[in-house]
Design a protein around this ligand. Sequence first.
Ligand code: HEC
Length: 625
Amino acid sequence: MLTISICLALLAVPLAPVTFNKDVAPLIFGHCAPCHHSGGVGPFPLMSYADARKHASQIVAATQRRYMPPWPPEHGYGDFADDRSLTEKQIRLIADWVTHGKKEGAAADLPQPPRFNSEWQMGPPDLVLQMPKPFRMPAGGSDIFRNFVIPTGLEQTRFVRGLELRLSNTRVVHHANVVLDRTQSLRRRDGQDGQPGFPGMDVITEAAANNFDPDSHFLFWKPGSVLRPEPDDMSWRLDPGTDLILNLHLQPTGKEESVQAEVGLYFTSHPPTRFPMLIQLEHDGVIRIPPGDRTFTVTDSLTLPVDVDLLAIYPHAHYLGRLVEAWAVLPDGSRRWLIRIPDWDINWQAVYNYRHPIALPKGATVRMRITYDNSAANPRNPNHPPKLVTAGNRSEDEMGHVWLQVLPEKNATAGEDPRLPLEEAVMRRRLQKYPADFLAHYNLAALMEMRGKLDEASAGYRDALEVDPKSATARNSLAGVLMLQDRLPDAIQQLREALRIDPGYLNAHYNLARALAATGDLDEAGRQYAIFVDAKPGDAAAQAGLGTILFHQRKFSEALAHFHEAARLDPKDADVQANLGAILAITGDLPAAAQAFERALRIDPNHAAARANLAKVRQALAVKN
Ligand code: HEC
């Protein structure tokens, strides 16, 4: 018996001695050095044998407690790419190295230490944008959440496959988010307190009306995060006039600091052909956490109307959040965990990409539950003593969001963009939570309009107007639907009301011009077009619209000028060329008319009017000669 137990004990000892160079360095370089290098976020470098030896017992303690490397998701509740946690075996190996004398090992065994420099990880970007001015930080005080408006200056739409940040000062930046502001709605808040940017933990931008272009990618960055470009077919579009809003979480260091960021953008010539969508589970409207409450929970759910592939998940709460859970209930009633974070820490928030996309079928319900601890026992509670906490974007307020990045599968219904039914489900869910939510009513109506359900669209815009009768945007959109339904007097009334609310609202002038033209009120239609064209002379459709009115008013030379302008602005519009030809013919310039008709036919060989008119003009020219 005795011999056997000795044998077992011997077996437990590794056959070859554990050495740093052979066994530990690969772990330290791969799992620790990305943060623990000079200039990194870790408090000391772990880039060499000497570094590791110096902190050896600390390393053992931190890894055994699973405090390091930071990896908050619980194992077994989602399989994530870039999971940087250590396995039990790896943790034991590090401990063994220390108990067995912290041997260095043979030089030949040492892997190449990773290199960290201030160069761009993904290579030189195609466009580098910079925060206009550095932001100065005080030496002390609490964390700072600051948003910086960065215009792109783009003159044409680009497709982005990657985004990287480079910071003048890595020690102070905890994490960063980039949000797209398509309507430049945040520029006016920039710099109001004398410093660049504006405060706030979470940014809310105005959606661009009438343009279904949902957010599709998490643009989240943390020091030490692994960057990878999107696959070319999943790039995202960046239009001229869209601002980047850089949301930085900054931590004072004890001395005054300043920070400036550069955003590197990587373009591709491929427009996306797969369109992911970000879906938010949340119920901030119910967040009222009484002081002392340790089990306050917020839940939300969404039943998926289409099959999706879940690509990534991003939970977000502030300091009172303790337990974050998300799962899917599949149509057969079974539960599939998406993530579980048992000890939420905002400091380690991250976007988690699944190693393999999770297929969630139509009819599956995704659910989230976040539990908060507003007692003095929560070491992260920012309020001493605890006080009533409600939803908001200051760090002493709370939030509870679980964002999902999903790739909807093309569904059976005749080639429809599967994001539309998904967005519809999101908006309907939002109206269940917030029946008086203007944007949800408005967006739902816009979706119905896009899907050709005009009665539901006009009802939806009217619901939005019940909530906010002063919305010129909703009146203008309602009028657009009424025009499609040929209800011109109703449309004109809505547009006049929109212009009474907002006299400078150009789109309403434009729609009013079209509606009036359709009723035959040419004089008033011409006046409305003229207001629009004066303000936006570069709009080809408006130039052509005004030209058409002038033509019907037999003001041929003025009409000609506007059609020439329309043709110059949009040389690819066959109708404009055909109309230009018609006016040229009427005013007697037959050779120029023939050329315009020929251009129309080159653009659209099936343009019947251009073909017929060209024949007539050629005939007339033949007679003349
Ligand atoms: C994502 C960045 C990151 C990674 C990866 C990381 N660390 Fe850290 N580490 C930090 C930061 C930041 C701190 C200081 C803040 C803190 O202690 O929470 C820290 C602190 C430590 C400490 C001091 C903890 C204490 O007890 O005070 C040790 C030891 C440590 N890290 C070891 C490691 C080891 C070993 C690894 C790899 C197995 C590792 N870290 C991976 C960021 C990181």
